[in-house]
Design a protein around this ligand. Structure first.
Ligand code: NAP
Length: 501
């Protein structure tokens, strides 16, 4: 099926293709609609909306940022059941948003983008889906997320395993772990949430930890019916809570970026947490990291340490030599038989998009523009890729607060760009390479002083030591930067003529 979403190329209309229905894609679509852009289509690779909150459904999955902040500013939810809502509630919230704002007719399900090419002659993005459908639009907005492609470890023999094996992002809910011997690989943000649940069911759990992670207490609690009623009756009370969470989290930037020595205080809190929860000194030593807190994502949990202290759980720090048909062998040659292996090994954060998917001006593959790692102007636009916007793009990630705040900032930026195109009759906007280079030089200089560069290995930083994922500063500063498109930083083409302005 061919679908043309040009919306009248010669006329006033601008057509937009959005990819993904997570917080980014849905948020973009809602704001387009509110601003009077009706000609947009949303491509979704799955059969439902929700992005990461649809895919990650492992037991114990919950947000590790307070839900009153980790939600759209324009759609407060007075009914969150806990401070850190569980995944089904967040997914339901996104489904509610899609319905409430009339997005469902715009969504094409099972429409995974496999190729997008910019046609310079017509200033159009031509997109092909895995099913072979084609779409065309003047503007392409990626809401594909920074952490949507699971990373599988390259361990000898992984494919030879004959038992059950799955990644945390593709949890096999049909498989009962009751009474099984289970191996979990990884101790990141996902694993620390599902390990306590698995430990309750499995007869034995071998937890393979390559690097210990710093964990702080989780200030979670139920939100009472009275509080929820208060939020419904007095939205200002909910706004006040949201604001207080925002400023509390924002204060963490002082330690992450401005003065990493502040992190010593946070480290003391984490050491206290482990001392209180892990009584066995050998286990405590294994679980205590040897790098500055904050260098890798700080995790929060009250049930991980008790879970790994259970008699049926073994924390193995010796590394994996190989996997055999029914067992895992560590570097000391100790072989442990298992029925199921669960990979909590994270996502391809450094390669958010595959090679051969996005082609810009002159047929350049986006990955060839990113040979030194992903890079964008204000995290959103890329030189050589006109009318292309990346939500949750390079260096927009956070170690301290809500990504939804960053996404909303970027959406405002894209909206302003589209409004400029509509107002000035432009058919293309393309960031100038020198503006992108200047922006990134400043960014990397700031990042150089941040705690994330203090020597640990994390998905924030690529092999060459360049941080391509995180925003180094206050989020309100990013919001200021993305309030308006500065057209001086862009090459523009008028709709009627083909010459560049
Ligand atoms: P992750 O933080 O990248 O953790 C992956 C884990 O797997 C790490 O412990 C890593 O060890 C280990 N690992 C990877 N390859 C391995 C190998 N070959 N052998 C042994 N161990 C290996 O991934 P994640 O836990 O899925 O979390 C990813 C991100 O998703 C988080 O940082 C967070 O931003 C987001 N997330 C958010 C929430 C939330 O509540 N909002 C929940 C879950 C995830 P090393 O540390 O040694 O690399």
């Amino acid at each position: 099926m061919a679908f043309d979403s040009r919306g009248g190329r010669g006329g006033k209309g601008l057509s937009v293709l959005i990819v993904g229905t997570g917080f980014s894609g849905l948020g973009m679509a809602i704001q387009l609609k509110q601003a009077g852009f009706e000609d947009f289509t949303i491509l979704e690779r799955a059969g439902d909306v929700g992005g990461t909150w649809r895919d990650n459904s492992y037991p114990g999955c919950a947000c590790d940022v307070q839900s009153h902040l980790y939600s759209y500013s324009f759609e407060p939810n007075p009914n969150w059941s806990r401070m850190f809502a569980p995944q089904p509630e967040i997914k339901a919230y996104l489904q509610h948003c899609a319905r409430k704002y009339g997005l469902l007719p715009h969504i094409r399900y099972n429409a995974e983008l496999v190729r997008a090419e910019y046609d310079e002659k017509d200033a159009l993005w031509n997109v092909t889906t895995r099913a072979g459908e084609t779409y065309s639009a003047s503007v392409l907005v990626s809401g594909m997320g920074g952490l949507s492609t699971p990373a599988f470890p390259s361990i000898k023999g992984l494919e030879a395993f004959k038992g059950k094996m799955f990644h945390s992002a593709h949890w096999d809910h049909g498989h009962d772990l009751e009474g099984e011997r289970v191996a979990v690989i990884g101790t990141g943000a996902s694993a620390i949430q599902f390990v306590p649940k698995v430990a309750q069911k499995a007869a034995r759990l071998d937890l393979y930890q390559r690097t210990a992670t710093w964990i702080l207490p989780k200030p979670d609690r139920e939100i009472s019916a009275a509080e929820r009623l208060l939020f419904r009756r007095f939205p200002a009370a909910q706004r006040a809570l949201r604001n207080s969470i925002y400023w509390m989290l924002e204060s963490r930037v002082l330690g992450f970026v401005i003065n990493p020595r502040v992190m010593k205080l946070v480290e003391r809190q984490a050491r206290g947490h482990i001392r209180r929860q892990v009584k066995d000194p050998v286990l405590r030593k294994k679980l205590t990291p040897d790098y500055t807190i904050g260098c890798k994502r700080i995790l929060i949990s009250d049930d991980f340490y008790p879970a790994v202290s259970r008699a049926n759980v073994d924390v193995i720090t010796d590394g994996i030599r190989e996997i055999r048909a029914h067992s895992v062998v560590d570097v000391n040659g100790v072989e442990r038989e298992v029925d199921t292996i669960i990979l909590g090994t994270g996502f391809k954060a450094q390669d958010p998009m595959p090679r051969g998917a996005i082609f810009g001006r002159g047929g350049q593959d986006l990955l060839d523009a990113w040979t030194d790692g992903p890079e964008a102007y204000k995290g959103t636009t890329v030189a050589g890729f006109p009318n292309f916007y990346v939500l949750m793009g390079p260096n927009t990630g956070l170690g301290h607060s809500s990504m939804v705040y960053m996404i909303e900032s970027q959406i405002q930026y894209v909206l302003d760009a589209l409004q400029a195109m509509r107002r000035d009759g432009l058919r293309s906007l393309e960031v100038r390479p020198e503006a992108q280079a200047r922006y990134n030089a400043g960014l990397q200089q700031k990042l150089g002083k941040a705690v994330w560069q203090s020597g640990c290995k994390s998905w924030y930083v690529n092999e060459a030591g360049k941080n391509t994922t995180l925003w180094p500063g206050f989020t309100f500063r990013f919001r200021e930067l993305t309030r308006q498109v500065e057209l001086v930083d862009y090459q523009t083409e008028p709709r009627v003529a083909t010459a560049k302005a």
